[in-house]
Design a protein around this ligand. Structure first.
Ligand code: PLP
Length: 460
């Protein structure tokens, strides 16, 4: 960390006092994993929290402390941790077998629910992750159109495979990130979301575009929001030019609404990548969409058409454990108001955060949509008010990726000290299980954290 005073921080010493068990575990992990972590966004200075168990909207660390959880299994847990019906379904399945190396009825039921909920899902192909789902979506688009190029948007995240690695948090000029070859990035065009004229120019100048992919509510679940009118524009221009439109609904699917962002905005893409909630907290993903595109995975259709099938193995595709968990989760989403409940908490959560920020007179703001909350830590130190803050009017570079890691880590540490686990965005994602008591605790935690940060001179 580019640190001035981080090691002498009051917040850091409070964190160390509270979490000796995590410190011990992190020390052991440092000898095993690069940076001691298994996912980049779990990296936290001086060390991350080690969690022992979780239930509903809460989790407990190895020292026995309870936290209100806003990591939500990286967005997978809209029903909270350990929903009894999901737990029961997984228990039942583990007794029957966790991998058959064969087709099974659960995968058929799982796909039936996806088809019921997600408007574009004429056909479904399961993968083991969201990264694999977007990778397959892009490959199918190339097979279907016979074109090479991909158009994506700056800061949108689609997993970590080579094609989607530049322009997420760096390399906005489209040059390859470390370990990726130029030949790959030569075929990826980077555009600015919400810029209709600029996007049209790129599309007109490149007749070889196979697919346009984006996160439909904006980069990182709306940290950089996308206007619904831009989605309509993309639907229209891709139709006009014969380009495959892919909504990456790995986060928004079954969350924004039971039918994802596409059902909410009534804009149907050609393909959709799904993961996270899809498998209810187990590893799993899917690419779903129009039959005529998905047919590139079909043995008989490709043979009849005289085209080469897109090859797709994958040991954990449609895994029975993930299917059991996914079915239980999607049945609840289909039959209850779980999405609406999470969205309602999200709105109250953002409001409560802004009230605390205003009360403490700090030049920050909370924003977002649906069941997410982003904390804007104002890297350019602009004069803003949480009451009037408009994320759409801010430069995207200030909304995502440009903030000081020191302040973000301190904010997270301060919240942990006060019993709340925010994610590294910073902010988080909520479930339908978050309660009024959680909201009050979160507001109090933010207030205490801002006071601590003031005490150590952060806002001077
Ligand atoms: C929008 C989006 N797409 C794709 C992915 C990649 O999914 P996975 O982590 O399952 O590979 C993520 C993960 O956070 C995501 O948020």
């Amino acid at each position: 960390l580019p640190d001035t005073g981080f090691s002498n921080s009051i917040v850091v010493s409070r964190y160390r006092e509270k979490t000796p068990g995590s410190a011990k575990a992190a020390k052991e992990a440092a000898d095993r994993f690069p940076s001691g972590v298994t996912h980049d966004s779990r990296y936290l200075e001086p060390y991350g929290l080690y969690v022992d168990r979780a239930q509903g909207s809460h989790k407990w660390d190895v020292d026995g402390h309870q936290y209100v959880d806003y990591f939500g299994g990286h967005g997978a847990l809209i029903l909270g941790h350990n929903h009894p019906k999901v737990v029961e379904a997984v228990h039942r399945q583990v007794d029957k077998g966790n991998h058959f190396g064969a087709s099974h009825k659960l995968e058929v039921r799982w796909a039936e629910l996806i088809q019921k909920l997600i408007p574009c899902a004429e056909r479904v192909r399961f993968t083991a992750s969201g990264t694999e789902a977007t990778l397959m979506g892009l490959r199918l688009a190339r097979a279907y159109t016979g074109r090479n190029k991909l158009l994506r948007f700056k800061q949108h995240f689609h997993g970590w495979h080579d094609h989607m690695a530049s322009g997420v948090s760096s390399h906005f000029d489209g040059t390859p990130t470390t370990g990726v070859v130029v030949g790959v990035t030569d075929n990826v065009l980077l555009a600015q979301a919400n810029d209709e004229a600029g996007t049209r120019m790129i599309v007109e100048a490149n007749p070889d575009i196979a697919a346009v992919i984006l996160e439909p509510t904006g980069a990182s679940f709306g940290r950089v929001p996308v206007k619904p009118s831009f989605l309509a524009f993309l639907r229209q221009i891709t139709k006009e030019k014969g380009i495959v439109l892919i909504f990456d609904e790995v986060v928004t699917g079954f969350r924004v609404s039971p039918g994802g962002a596409q059902a909410h905005y009534k804009i149907t893409p050609d393909l959709t990548s799904l993961a996270k909630i899809l498998a209810g907290g187990m590893p799993g993903g899917a690419i779903v969409g129009k039959k005529e595109i998905m047919d590139y995975l079909d043995f008989a259709v490709t043979k009849a058409r005289g085209v080469e099938k897109v090859y797709h193995p994958g040991t954990f595709n449609g895994n029975p454990m993930a299917a059991a968990s996914g079915i239980a989760t999607l049945e609840i989403i289909d039959s209850t108001d779980a999405c609406a409940k999470a969205n309602d908490y999200g709105a109250r959560w953002r409001k409560a955060m802004n009230e605390v920020i205003a009360l403490e007179g700090v030049p920050w703001a909370a924003y977002g949509a649906f069941s997410g909350c982003h904390i804007f830590t104002n890297p350019a130190k602009k004069s803003i008010s949480p009451k009037t803050f408009d994320a759409e009017a801010m430069p995207d570079t200030e909304l995502k990726g440009q903030w000081s890691p020191t302040i973000v880590h301190k904010l997270r540490l301060g919240m942990i000290v006060n019993g709340v686990d925010f994610n590294s965005s910073p902010g988080g994602i909520c479930s339908c299980m978050h309660s009024d008591a959680d909201l009050n605790k979160t507001a109090e935690a933010l207030r205490s954290t801002l006071k601590l940060l003031k005490d150590e001179g952060e806002f001077r």
